[in-house]
Design a protein around this ligand. Structure first.
Ligand SMILES: NC(=O)c1ccc[n+]([C@@H]2O[C@H](COP(=O)([O-])OP(=O)(O)OC[C@H]3O[C@@H](n4cnc5c(N)ncnc54)[C@H](O)[C@@H]3O)[C@@H](O)[C@H]2O)c1
Length: 350
């Protein structure tokens, strides 16, 4: 049943596209499917190579068709969108076959581990005239999106500094999973949200970047779980990211600041959302701070946000704002950051 009234993003005019999901793992069960059910979307089928996972998900979410072979989804005429949420391996083949079958694509971040793979998928979607969107869903997290709206309204003036800080702990929870084996796990899998946000908020990609990582003594995951980054933009704008994923205190949080020539914006969210503050000041309204608390949460509202953006792009015959092509820039920035950690020096983003 649709609960359209409680949605924080308007339903696309046409929203009955048949959706086929590839992957029945964690994120699909705790974010994609609850979000799509909340929005009343038309989920036709689900696939996972793990028979139990796909059976359980289909049962729990009352999905009419389930399979262990994604090609079974591609054969169906009642599916127009393939939503991919699996690890990196196998993505290119699925995307190339899906777009050849005329399906539009929503694919989880990180789009691809290699830029060449991402370029191949973008090229293939373009050749077959279908839309390819990357589920870079932090852009639809209500507090980050509200910050973007405030920035774009111009009341902060010209931006010269943005900061983002996250302190959480996934070190023990992810040890032993496939995530732990991803080289540069924290940068590739999580920091990609934050570096993409810097692109989203500023509307540009930095020219140079310096990233330095470290490990907490005794941490479980092999790669650095603390990373610091400085970004330099051509306009003079600077950005700074601090990400700690081995936090030992019980006060996990995200915070961010934006400084402009006319004002400031400060945001802070506690991990359990019991604290949620977004305050801004503008010289247009001197002497007064304004607090906004946008409705909705990252989990799960951002997840129908990404899907709605793809649906709107399809019917408006335009590229999604989170297109694969746009995401190539995010991947270039990510790989420049990785290069910076390896060379231990500031590098050009290329
Ligand atoms: N905020 C977010 O957007 C967010 C959060 C968590 C995870 N993710 C991303 O989502 C993706 C999946 O993460 P997860 O946490 O669900 O992982 P997971 O390990 O819980 O689930 C992945 C599922 O994919 C299945 N799978 C693997 N290869 C397959 C194939 N070729 N065909 C069909 N099924 C296949 C596995 O059997 C498994 O059930 C990753 O890219 C991850 O980075 C995004």
């Amino acid at each position: 049943m649709s609960t359209a009234n409680s949605l924080i993003y308007p339903l696309p005019c046409k929203h009955d596209y048949g959706i086929g999901i590839v992957g029945a793992g964690g994120i699909v069960n705790y974010a994609h499917l609850p979000a799509y059910r909340k929005a009343g979307l038309n989920i036709i089928g689900i696939c996972d190579i793990n028979e139990n996972a796909v059976r359980n998900s289909a049962q729990k979410w009352e999905i009419p068709f389930s399979t262990t072979d994604y090609r079974e989804l591609l054969k169906r005429n009642d599916i127009q969108i393939i939503d991919i949420a699996i690890p990196n391996e196998g993505r290119v083949d699925i995307v190339k076959e899906a777009v050849a079958a005329g399906k539009h694509i929503l694919i989880q971040k990180p789009f691809a581990h290699q830029i060449e793979q991402a370029e191949e998928m973008v090229r293939s979607a373009s050749e077959h005239g279908v839309r390819l969107a990357v589920n870079q869903n932090a852009r639809f997290a209500p507090f980050y999106r509200k910050a973007k709206e405030i920035i774009d309204s111009g009341i902060l003036g010209e931006l010269y500094l943005m900061t983002h800080e996250m302190r959480i702990n996934q070190d023990e929870a992810l040890a032993g999973t496939w995530f732990a084996k991803v080289p540069n796990f924290l940068l590739v899998d999580y920091e990609i949200h934050h570096l993409d946000l810097m692109r989203f908020w500023s509307g540009s990609t930095p020219e140079r970047v310096y990233t330095s990582g470290t490990r907490m003594p005794g941490q479980h995951i092999q790669s650095d779980m603390t990373v610091l980054t400085t970004m330099e933009f051509a306009s003079g704008l600077r950005a700074s990211l601090i990400t700690v994923d081995t936090l030992q205190s019980n006060q996990a949080f995200w915070s961010f600041t934006v400084e402009g020539t006319k004002g400031s914006l400060y945001g802070r969210i506690s991990h359990d959302y019991t604290v949620f503050e977004l305050d801004y000041y503008t010289k247009d309204n001197p002497g007064q701070w304004t607090r906004v608390t946008p409705p909705g949460r990252w989990f799960v509202d951002a997840f129908y946000g990404s899907m709605f953006e793809l649906m709107n792009a399809i019917q408006e015959n335009r590229e999604p704002s989170i297109s694969g092509r746009d995401n190539l820039e995010t991947l270039r920035l990510l790989h420049s950051m990785i290069r910076s950690t390896e060379k231990k020096m500031i590098v050009s983003v290329e």
